[in-house]
Design a binder for this molecule. Structure first.
Ligand code: F0G
Length: 501
């Protein structure tokens, strides 16, 4: 059971299917455009969406808002230094600010960063510095449904080859993302991290942790890695930080706060340079981009995130939802991690071609059916099409992420997600694909506008002969197809709905 009880509650919005269909149409079928009150269960992200504890609120109330040298900064710095062992702790408003401060100081155009997998803002900030971000996930990560643990590891053979290869002199940094959010939230083993650290040391390349989910990674190490059974998550986390030269931290995840982060550094000279960027872009080094109360809440949250009872209940909640998904006939990235489940939408919706975005289609269907918001991690996120909408590149997998905010939803909320998924699966052949009608040149998934198109073989999509869901070929303009699908979306489901009334 959860090792806490609930003291403050917030009503959950209830909407009708018709309201949800109208909302989808209004936002161009992009769930990022919805208003929160249109969402019943929000599994878009686990970032900044957790519930604060009474101890965190109390710590926040005691926050010292002095511009320089505040008491709260010193409490925060001591807590973070104790955990990480880094002598220089620079507070920032969130993880991507730590990325910008570090990369704009450390990287020069033409350099390369290597990672088990760069998170999307990490990659964007590397590229904005004129550099190249190369991912080296371990080969086991390709076996999505296999039960083996630590599929978040870096490919050590690939890493050694890069560090000794023709581009070696251009490699500026290795970043290990714990847990590996871009690879199904899979953890990184301590063995892999130690070997990666040894390779970096041998080649004189700094190693940084993207530590957003360091506590969840540490918990999974205590559960699954031989030799770590008797260790506490705190001990494992400390060992992980000690293996690296610094860290980038989004405290919105395993700091269990609504906003905040930090950059941890060992190197004095680098810290001095980063501080200058910090002052220019975030704030004076004793507050960074944060208020004193935020610093207090992070210091407290980091301790709570490492509580083994909390971590265990979080793992069990994820396992509960994973079991509901499997029962509904949905395959997912196995084994399930803690912060999110990654559903294999490509397998579930084989009638939707990758460039018609099966993951996004499942996200829209879950919203329409039960008011659940989630996010696609497939070809809408990673793919590219030509001006006719034909695929240039598609993602390796068409996934949908159900992220689990910390301490926010109960088992019955997750049961509602399971029931909704079951209802969608029963009518899965009726789920339409999507076409982009408007998109930005990069990070397009945040703001793109789409419209539903009946699913069908990719080759017929541009001929005007798109088969409808019963497989009959049908001529007609795009507009007609769009409104026909919109009508199908607003029709009540054939079987019982898991959605709120
Ligand atoms: N690194 C990882 C591994 C992340 O998952 C995120 C954010 C960041 C860095 C950036 O941190 O949001 O505080 O600026 N991930 C969120 C998510 C947005 O939904 O996975 P931030």
């Amino acid at each position: 059971m959860e090792p806490y009880r609930i003291k403050a509650v917030e009503p959950i919005p209830a909407t009708t299917r018709e309201q949800r269909a109208r909302a989808l149409d209004r936002v161009g079928y992009n769930l990022f455009g919805l208003r929160a009150e249109e969402v019943t269960i929000d599994l878009l992200t686990d970032s900044g969406t957790g519930a604060l504890s009474a101890a965190q609120w109390a710590a926040g109330a005691a926050g010292d808002e002095s511009y320089a040298g505040s008491r709260s900064f010193h409490r925060f710095r001591e807590a973070v230094e104790e955990l990480t062992s880094y002598p220089h702790i620079l507070p920032v408003h969130q993880g991507r600010a730590a990325e910008r401060v570090l990369f704009s100081t450390l990287l020069a155009p033409g350099r390369i960063t290597l990672s088990n997998t760069h998170f999307d803002t990490t990659r964007a900030n590397v590229e904005l510095s004129g550099c190249q971000a190369r991912d080296l996930p371990c080969p086991r990560a390709r076996n999505l449904h296999g039960p083996e643990p630590f599929k978040g590891d870096i490919d050590l053979v690939g890493l050694a080859a890069e560090l000794r290869g023709p581009d070696a002199s251009r490699i500026a940094l290795v970043i290990m993302t714990l847990t590996n959010n871009g690879e199904g939230g899979q953890p990184v083993s301590m063995d892999n991290l130690a070997r990666a650290a040894a390779l970096c040391r041998e080649h004189g390349v700094p190693l940084f942790l993207d530590a957003a989910r360091f506590a969840e990674n540490a918990y999974l190490v205590t559960q699954c890695e031989s030799g770590y059974g008797g260790h506490s998550p705190t001990d494992v986390a400390k060992e992980a930080f000690r293996l690296a030269d610094g860290c980038l931290m989004s405290a919105k995840k395993d700091g269990i706060v609504h906003i905040g982060g930090f950059l941890g550094l060992r190197d004095d000279a680098l810290a001095r340079r980063c501080e200058l960027t910090l002052i220019a872009t975030e704030g004076f080094p004793t507050y960074g981009g944060l208020a004193g109360r935020d610093l207090e809440m992070i210091a407290q949250g980091l301790t709570e995130a490492l509580d083994p009872r909390y971590l265990r209940s979080r793992a069990e909640a994820a396992a509960h939802l994973a079991a509901l998904c499997r029962t509904a006939g949905v395959r997912l990235v196995e084994p399930p991690g803690l912060h999110a489940l990654y559903l294999d939408a490509g397998h579930l919706l084989p009638h939707i071609a990758p460039h018609r975005f099966p993951g996004h289609a499942l996200a829209c269907a879950l919203y329409l059916e039960g008011g659940i918001r989630s996010v696609e991690l497939g070809s809408l996120y990673l793919g590219k099409e030509d001006s006719n909408g034909e695929p240039v590149t598609t993602a390796p997998y068409e996934l949908l992420r159900l992220a689990l905010p910390r301490r926010t939803y109960t088992r019955s909320h997750l049961d509602h997600v399971g029931q909704t998924l079951e209802a969608v699966v029963k009518n899965k052949h009726r789920v339409p694909g999507y076409r982009i009608v408007e998109a930005a040149p990069f990070l397009r998934h945040f703001r793109a506008r789409l419209e539903p198109v009946p699913a069908g073989p990719a080759t017929t999509a541009t001929t005007g002969e798109t088969p409808d869901h019963e497989g009959r070929a049908e001529n007609g303009c795009d507009q007609d197809r769009g409104s026909r699908v919109r009508r199908a979306l607003t029709a009540p489901p054939a079987t019982g709905s898991g959605g709120p009334a």
